[in-house]
Design a protein around this ligand. Structure first.
Ligand code: CTP
Ligand code: MG
Length: 239
């Protein structure tokens, strides 16, 4: 059994862009950003179900997008107040067995931010295979900036050796049972403070995560300038 499903958290409000529209619903060439991300997964033949998690206020909008762009692998569910709560809600969609239109529980689940539209199949293969073999796997990138710790008074405490550290990116893949168990066990603090998903699998299930360097195009749209960058890539590639 090597069934793979996807959870796309899209329940945030995109405060850091400074725009009133959440970034995942910003439109380029008449298509919202999230539709490009969904398309990247729908094009992958071995992915059957994509659970998209949105905030209550955007539920109708999301359903309209799904219909308008014919996203037939997508199920839309309600998100939560933090990213982890949204992801957990997405996973719960696979537990609703027997319910009408419930997606089937997969062997491996890939979790990917809705605001990283340029993920490619060859990298998804690497993540899914490593997740199946090791239990958990995630994309990493070399650090751009050196990370330094500050004192509470705002002075340099110490600095980390950049070559030893990586930025954790998405997608991440897990054996479904492992990540679901991890979320069942995790604490309020984990839910609130956005503990690394890979770390939840390690802490609660003893699963060591395989780290795989991904391409720079996996970067997350966070600020307004990232929306401009995404727009130019979309226009260039004509996806
Ligand atoms: N996310 C979510 N549910 C939340 C918060 C975030 O599903 N309660 C999703 C976002 O929609 C996004 C992904 O998690 O796809 C990564 O989060 P982030 O980049 O922080 O997005 P926002 O929280 O929307 O942005 P900001 O932090 O600037 O408000
Ligand atoms: Mg956020």
């Amino acid at each position: 059994d090597f069934t793979v499903a996807v959870v796309l958290p899209a329940g945030g409000s995109g405060e850091r862009t400074g725009l009133s529209t959440p970034k995942q619903f910003c439109t380029f060439l008449n298509r919202p950003l999230i539709s490009y991300t969904i398309q990247a997964f729908e094009r992958v033949g071995w992915i059957e179900h994509i659970v998209v998690v949105v905030a209550k206020d955007n539920l109708d909008l999301m359903v309209t997008i799904v219909q308008q762009f014919g996203h037939n692998k997508v199920k839309v569910v309600l998100g939560g107040s933090t990213r982890h709560r949204s992801i957990f809600n997405g996973l719960k969609a696979f537990e609703a067995t027997g319910e009408e239109c419930a997606p089937t529980k997969p062997k491996v689940v890939i979790i990917h931010d809705a605001v990283r539209p340029f993920v490619e199949e060859d990298f998804l293969v690497k993540i899914a295979v490593a997740a199946k073999e090791q239990g958990a796997a995630g994309a990493v990138r070399p650090l751009v900036s050196t990370v330094i710790a500050t004192t509470s008074e705002g002075y340099l405490d110490h600095s980390l050796e950049r070559s030893k550290y990586r930025a954790s990116e998405m997608p991440q893949g897990f054996l479904y049972d492992i990540i679901y168990q991890a979320y069942l066990q995790c604490s309020e603090a984990d839910f609130e403070f956005g503990t690394e998903c890979l770390h939840l699998a390690l802490q609660y299930c003893g699963t060591n995560a395989r780290l795989i360097e991904g391409p720079p195009t996996l970067w997350k749209v966070t600020y307004k300038r990232d929306l401009f960058a995404a727009e130019s890539i979309i226009k260039e590639s004509g996806t």
